[in-house]
Design a protein around this ligand. Sequence first.
Ligand SMILES: Nc1nc(=O)c2c([nH]1)NC[C@@H]1CN(c3ccc(C(=O)N[C@@H](CCC(=O)O)C(=O)O)cc3)C=[N+]21
Ligand SMILES: [Mg+2]
Length: 283
Amino acid sequence: MATRLDGKVVSKRILSELQQTVTGLAQQGVTPTLAVILVGSDPASQVYVRNKQRRAEEIGVRSLMFKLPEETSQKTLLAKVAELNQDPDVDGILVQLPLPKQLDERVVINSIDPDKDVDGFSPVSVGRLWTNEPTVVASTPYGIMALLDAYQIDVTGKRVVIVGRSNIVGRPLAGLMVNHDATVTIAHSKTRDLKALTREADILVVAIGVPHFIGADAVKPGATVIDVGISRGADGKLHGDVDADAVEPVAGALTPVPGGVGPMTIASLMAQTVELAKRRLHG
Ligand SMILES: Nc1nc(=O)c2c([nH]1)NC[C@@H]1CN(c3ccc(C(=O)N[C@@H](CCC(=O)O)C(=O)O)cc3)C=[N+]21
Ligand SMILES: [Mg+2]
């Protein structure tokens, strides 16, 4: 039976440590501040943004929420980002993705001041990641590394297979894994003989958004399996990209959905907001 990699428990621990740090910062006159821009009313985005606000409030991070209508123009959104770039009280800026189709995600992300890019999506942050310089990195990959660390799962020399090549999970996670001396393969929808590849993974990460895509026959016995997928089924329940019931008896460790990667993502966002805020003291 696989060890359950409990993101809920680990994220709580991280958040309570952060709360102490935030208290210390407050005594020095700094309130870490995160600005979140949500355009439109995608139901999943609403849930994630609400969770982020709740966690921020719990630990004393100020979260400024900007809800813009579905039909917001690129010009209006860029003006909002520009305003937040200039605001000395704002440490981190997050534009919730995906954006409605009239908006150009790349242009919007590139307009965020790299020094306030708490998601680590800007080209400057991505460049720093791949040159192994200190940087903010995307919250989900950061959270995955923190979860592995909490369970003392060392990635050094391990074969890591990441299914999914998105800018928010697959690619930045590959960078972090390489920086931690793993041997990394990024697989995707065009990969041939995917199952043979995933079966070689010591650590298998799946981030494609296809419910129950990974069954027991795609997993090496004893492997660590990280399920990043989260889809709401017709039954109203949340499903991961991994068929957990089938994989649990085979894997060595497995993240649940919900309660695995999701809570770690939010804790990581808070951790990096606090890191950005510390720069107000040390430059
Ligand atoms: N600019 C930007 N930055 C992001 O970091 C970002 C984003 N856009 N767009 C979407 C993805 C996804 N993401 C999640 C955050 C929290 C949960 C989360 O709280 N999950 C809970 C369950 C949530 C539920 O009940 O639906 C859990 O897994 O236990 C999941 C996914 C952040 N993302
Ligand atoms: Mg999860």
